[in-house]
Design a protein around this ligand. Structure first.
Ligand code: PLP
Length: 364
């Protein structure tokens, strides 16, 4: 038996993405070519762009295809930040955001439940230097904790400071609207919702789209905002899942998360579910089992054919203490006991039970 409970790292390829990609693979044209082959390719690209725009209620012309979430973050940070001043980002942002902000980074602390404080932001805007840009994720990849993006945007509006929302984990799991978020740009990544890795998008407001500086210049593709022949097959897959998840139904994930967390509480009342009291994604549980290192838990589960992760998936595969949990004030030893279980459309109750059976033995 193999049980995949690591959707936040990457989701399985969705059947609709596979079908759309299989069709796109037979297309020969370059979307920039004016002949019939090119027009056929462009039709696929533009259909996908429409679907991605619709996913967040934006205009198709303001969608820029990228190679994934990381590139979209780099593009937004480079292209939308004012030339001087700190780049204010929540302490729970993905490593891609922290790295893109680089030396200009200023951290917006998390509260113990994992949520940023709006009072802190109001105070910071009144008393500190004008931020060049603010980046705030809609949902955290490790804990699933949701951030008050719209409320933050309302505080930022009078200051003229732009807000970028990393919605990589939120897309397809909870409703998303650029207008309701009040953000200037939203980051999306295909492989978190059933498209392959290597395709993502930056979705902008018309004003941000007009003024953003490109990061990769080249043949003028993507209205001059991202040079390079686009990944047509990836875009086709991304468009298909964007259509499928346009009105996300969280009932399946929520029922599984409830079964999982009820089981955890029953088996080990002393286990700590991080961000438990905050609003969270319906599919994510981050849990520490006191006395059991995450490496041991991940390995024991892997031996039983069950895939979960220790914090975020990173290229080195090393298990560093999570900067997200540390920022929530979780003691370092407890961060090293945290594992993340993230479910999706293919997950069944039987798989949650299989997880609990193995995890429960660790808790004995
Ligand atoms: N932002 C968040 C919140 C993520 O979880 C991830 C991926 O784990 C990224 C950005 C990076 O996306 P990608 O893997 O497409 O570069």
């Amino acid at each position: 038996m193999t049980v995949y409970l690591d959707y936040n790292a990457t989701a399985p390829l969705h059947g609709e993405a596979l079908a759309a990609m299989t069709a796109a693979l037979t297309i020969t044209g370059n979307p920039s070519s004016v002949h019939g082959f090119g027009r056929a390719a462009r039709a696929i690209l533009e259909d996908s762009r429409e679907a991605i725009a619709a996913l967040v209620g934006a205009a198709a012309r303001d969608v820029v295809f990228t190679s994934g979430g990381t590139e979209a973050i780099a593009l937004a940070t480079h292209g939308l930040a004012e030339s001087q001043g700190p780049i204010l980002v929540s302490a729970g942002e993905h490593a891609a955001v922290l790295a893109a902000a680089g030396e200009r980074v200023e951290l917006w602390p998390l509260q113990p439940d994992g949520v940023v404080s709006l009072d802190w932001l109001a105070d910071r805007l009144q008393h500190g230097p004008h931020p060049a840009l603010v980046v705030l994720q809609r949902a955290n990849n490790e804990t699933g904790v949701l951030q008050p993006v719209a409320e933050s945007a309302a505080l930022l509006k009078p200051t003229g400071c732009r807000l970028v929302c990393d919605a990589v984990q939120a897309a397809g799991k909870i409703p998303l609207s650029l207008a309701e978020l009040g953000a200037d740009a939203v980051i999306l990544s295909g492989h978190k919702l059933g498209a392959p890795a290597g395709i993502g998008a930056l979705v902008l407001t018309p004003e941000a789209a007009r003024t953003m500086r490109p990061l990769i210049v080249g043949g003028g593709q993507e209205r001059g905002r991202r040079g390079g022949t686009p990944n047509l097959v990836g875009a086709a897959g991304f468009g298909a899942v964007a259509k499928h998840f346009r009105d996300p139904d969280s009932r399946h994930s929520l029922a599984l998360r409830e079964a999982l967390e009820n089981g955890i509480r029953h088996i080990a009342p002393h286990a700590i579910i991080h961000g438990e009291s905050a609003l969270r994604l319906p599919n994510t549980t981050c849990v520490s089992l006191p006395g059991i290192p995450q490496s041991r838990a991940v390995m024991a589960l892997d031996l039983a054919g069950i895939a979960v992760s220790a914090g975020s998936a990173c290229s080195s595969g090393k298990m560093e203490p999570s900067h997200v949990l540390l920022a929530m004030g979780v003691p370092p030893p407890t961060t090293r006991e945290a594992i993340r279980v993230s479910v999706g459309w293919n997950t069944s109750v039987a798989e949650i039970e299989a997880f609990l059976a193995v995890w429960g033995k660790l808790a004995l």
